[in-house]
Structures are given as structure tokens and as C-alpha cells.
Design a protein around this ligand. Structure first.
Ligand code: HEC
Length: 179
């Protein structure tokens, strides 16, 4: 019985495709199943060896990258820019403020890799409270209040980072021992 299967398989995998010249169309036969991975783009890929990243809580990192990452697309930067407009796009601002408040509220439930839990509790609460104010002000379309709250938020970053964030050493080089 198995023999018959084998014969059938042979027929299917070898003879049929040979006859048809269509080997490449038949799956399930032996042979390369995957194209070899194409070479990574080499030019401009930043081939220099990077120092290892500092210790991190990936969940906090993800929230932070969205809230305050570099560039105009971060929530903090985009909201600061958006509320300056003569005719602010309130729907966008409200959407951003709501997301900001939701993310900030999640921070308190996460564990920073550094610093005391009392400090973390206090700073994440202040962050969540300010973003809740921001959310309210955005819903009420209070331009000045939105601007003020964003400025307050922008002034709170460093205080928390000093306590709870391990930064990559400047220049990417670890301090040499015995200095
Ligand atoms: C309540 C504390 C707290 C506040 C407030 C805070 N951060 Fe952070 N932030 C952190 C911690 C902790 C990390 C490190 C996360 C990790 O473990 O990788 C971090 C990391 C970052 C990073 C690095 C993200 C990455 O991809 O590695 C950026 C950028 C950042 N914060 C921007 C901001 C900006 C901008 C503000 C203010 C608008 C802010 N943060 C406010 C706690 C805070």
C-alpha cells in the first residue's frame, strides 16, 4: 500500500512535472522551498558597530517613543505644533490628547528599570493627571489651556528621566574603569 503511494508520489513529483516542464508549479515535492534570503541592503545601512542599548522596559520604551520620540510625529511635538495654529484642527488635537492620556495612565502600572517605586508612583500620577487635564482642555477646545498643559508636560520629562531612565552613555562609549 505504501509502495503504491510512493509510486504515486514519484509520478506526481518527477514524472508529471518533467513531462510538463512545470516543476516550479508543483508544491509539496522536495527541493528548495524558499528562495535564499536576499542580501540586506548594504549601502547606508549604518554598518558601524553600535554600542549595546541601555537596559530598558520595552513597554515603557514603546509608550515613550510614541509620546516623546524625536520628530514631529510624536504626540508631544505634534500637539504643541497643532495648537499653535490660528484655526487649530480640534479633532486631531482631541484624538492625540486622548491617546496621550491613555498612554500616560498606563505608565503607573509598569515597572521602570531604575529608581524608587515611591518616586515612580508620584511622577507617573502627575503625568497621568496632566494628560487628563490636556484631554479635558482639548475636548473643551480651550486653546490656551491646551498650550499651558503641553508646556507643563514638556517640562516634566527630564525630572522623571533623571530618576527612572538609564541613558546610553554620551558618545556611545562606556566609561573606562579605573579613572
Ligand atoms: C513618569 C516618568 C516619565 C515622564 C513624565 C516622561 N518619561 Fe520619557 N521615559 C521614562 C522612562 C522610564 C524611560 C525609559 C524607558 C525604558 O526603560 O526604555 C523613558 C524614555 C524616553 C525616551 C526614549 C524612548 C526610546 O525609544 O528609547 C524618550 C524619547 C522619552 N522618554 C521622551 C519623553 C518626553 C519628550 C517626555 C515629556 C513630554 C517624557 N519622556 C516624559 C519616563 C518618563
Amino acid at each position: 500500500m505504501r509502495r503504491r503511494d510512493l509510486v504515486a508520489r514519484r509520478l506526481y513529483c518527477q514524472i508529471v512535472p518533467m513531462a510538463l516542464g512545470l516543476t516550479f508549479l508543483l508544491g509539496g515535492c522536495e527541493g528548495p522551498t524558499q528562495a535564499p534570503p536576499s542580501k540586506e541592503v548594504q549601502a547606508g545601512a549604518g554598518a558601524q558597530s553600535q554600542p549595546p542599548p541601555p537596559p530598558s522596559n520595552p513597554k515603557i520604551k514603546e509608550i515613550m517613543a510614541r509620546v516623546g520620540g524625536p520628530g514631529p510625529q510624536s504626540l508631544q511635538n505634534s500637539l504643541v505644533a497643532a495648537v499653535k495654529a490660528e484655526q487649530p484642527a480640534w479633532e486631531e488635537i482631541q484624538g492625540g490628547a486622548k491617546e496621550y492620556a491613555r498612554l500616560a495612565a498606563e505608565m503607573g502600572g509598569l515597572e521602570p528599570i531604575k529608581g524608587s517605586s515611591a518616586s515612580w508612583k508620584e511622577l507617573t500620577k502627575a503625568f497621568a493627571d496632566s494628560t487628563a487635564d490636556l484631554d479635558k482642555a482639548a475636548l473643551a477646545k480651550e486653546k490656551d489651556k491646551v498650550g499651558e498643559t503641553l508646556a507643563k508636560l514638556g517640562g516634566s520629562c527630564m525630572g522623571c528621566h533623571r530618576q527612572h531612565r538609564i541613558m546610553a552613555p554620551p558618545g556611545g562609549r562606556a566609561a573606562s574603569p579605573g579613572g
